[in-house]
Design a protein around this ligand. Structure first.
Ligand code: NAI
Ligand code: MG
Length: 379
């Protein structure tokens, strides 16, 4: 798997707050990192909706340059809207440019080849909104291809509809349609893409003594792409005989996960299924205020909470910063700062268990930075 870094004397960390509550939760993460005395320079990077509106680029080149020269990055959240060319005409600065909005997160993952999306799902005892107190799963989501490849058509170009009319079966739903009466999003999975994420999941399982890896797919219906994912899973599994091989259809998986979460250990899924199942996993351990994530490649890793910019709470400093603080813990682990990572997780778990400082989602009235300060006090 993309190698964990060796501890260094000093780090350069890109700091990408983004939009809305992204700014607030990153402020909280900074409080705990400062208390840990991590010897780091945090360099601000522009990303998000604001820059799309101002510059027609939600991930400006200067941010890409920054990301090329850091040890890791912390990212808050962005506001993302599916703007079509016609709609961008409504934004005065973008008029006449015919632009289509592309998610800067998906772009960042693809440009820096951050192919692992690592999403731990751990219940911290005493959290009143845990589904159960004994859940400890890890999701490996493929992060660069699949239905998120960005190869999409609406309307469908003539050259493609011609090819499809030659190869598709007579009962195809689009057979007699005009090109602007249907849309196509391509699910593209490569051998390399499947193998490296599945191998990363197995290597993680081996390194951390996990017993089982479950390949999540829908190969019984989506035969080409998910079939490839499953076949490669079976091959990779042969190199890890001590780890139990398991596979499940994604729909059944969501049901079984709720019924028997402890039958699972490490999950590995193509991009879309991983996105969906990991939100379900987050809800099992308290919801989006607890979902943390690492986007990891060979050269860069970007850590973030899985939630978005939550416009309805923006500026109120009332959302839960724990997801972001746990993302900072993941960053510390990845940098090789394991002792600091362990200390941060323990302090966070203690604050959750004590139950004195809780944000609204946990039934409390504490503010975002109160939680960060309570955790920092224990460090
Ligand atoms: P969201 O994740 O921003 O918020 C949905 C709801 O979840 C909130 O209204 C709130 O009730 C709860 N929530 C989220 N974070 C929380 C926290 N830290 N503590 C407590 N409760 C929390 O999703 P929504 O409202 O669907 O999307 C808002 C914007 O964010 C959209 O523009 C969307 O595209 C974008 N988005 C960005 C993501 C990212 O930056 N990684 C991920 C998901 C959505
Ligand atoms: Mg998601």
């Amino acid at each position: 798997m993309a190698e964990q870094r060796k501890k260094k004397e000093h780090y350069k960390i890109a700091w990408l707050p983004g939009d809305g509550i992204g700014i607030e939760v990153l402020e909280a993460a900074k409080i705990v990192l400062d208390k840990l005395n991590l010897n780091a320079e945090y360099i601000h990077g522009d990303i998000g909706w604001e820059f799309w509106c101002k510059e027609a680029d939600a991930l400006p080149q200067r941010t890409l340059d920054l990301l090329s020269n850091v040890d890791a990055a912390m990212f808050g959240a962005i506001t993302s809207k599916p703007v079509k060319a016609a709609e961008s005409e409504l934004i005065p600065e973008l008029q006449g440019k015919g632009l289509i909005y592309r998610s800067p997160i998906v772009r960042m993952r693809q440009l820096f080849d951050l192919y692992i999306c690592l999403r731990p799902t751990k219940a911290y005892p005493g959290n009143p909104i845990n589904f159960r107190d004994d859940i400890n799963l890890v999701m490996f989501r493929e992060n660069t291809e699949d239905l998120y490849s960005g190869v999409e058509f609406n309307p469908v170009p003539e050259v493609l509809s011609e090819v499809l009319s030659k190869i598709s079966k007579p009962f195809s739903a689009f057979k007699d349609l005009q090109n602007d009466e249907y849309a196509i999003s391509c699910k593209i999975n490569t051998q390399k893409g499947c193998e490296r994420i599945i191998r990363a999941a197995y290597e993680f399982a081996r390194k951390f003594g996990r017993k089982k890896v479950t390949i999540v797919h829908k190969a019984n219906v989506v035969r080409a792409t998910d079939g490839l994912f499953l076949d490669i899973g079976k091959e990779v599994a042969k190199d890890f005989p001590e780890i139990q091989f398991d596979e499940a259809n994604v729909d059944a998986m969501t049901m079984w996960l709720l019924k028997n979460p402890n039958n699972y250990d490490v999950l590995v899924a193509p991009n879309l299924y991983g996105d969906i199942v990991s939100d379900l996993c987050a809800q099992m351990v308290g919801g989006l205020g607890f979902g943390c994530s690492g986007n990891i490649g060979e050269k860069l890793a970007v850590f973030e909470p899985t939630h978005g910019s939550a416009p309805k709470y923006t500026g109120m400093y009332k959302v839960n910063p724990i997801a972001t603080i746990l993302a900072a813990k993941m960053m510390l682990d990845w940098l090789g700062e394991t002792e600091k990572g362990v200390a941060l997780e323990k302090a966070t778990a203690d604050v959750i268990k004590e139950g004195k400082v809780r944000t609204y989602d946990m039934g409390g009235s504490a503010k975002t930075l109160d939680v960060a300060n309570a955790i920092a006090e224990k460090l």
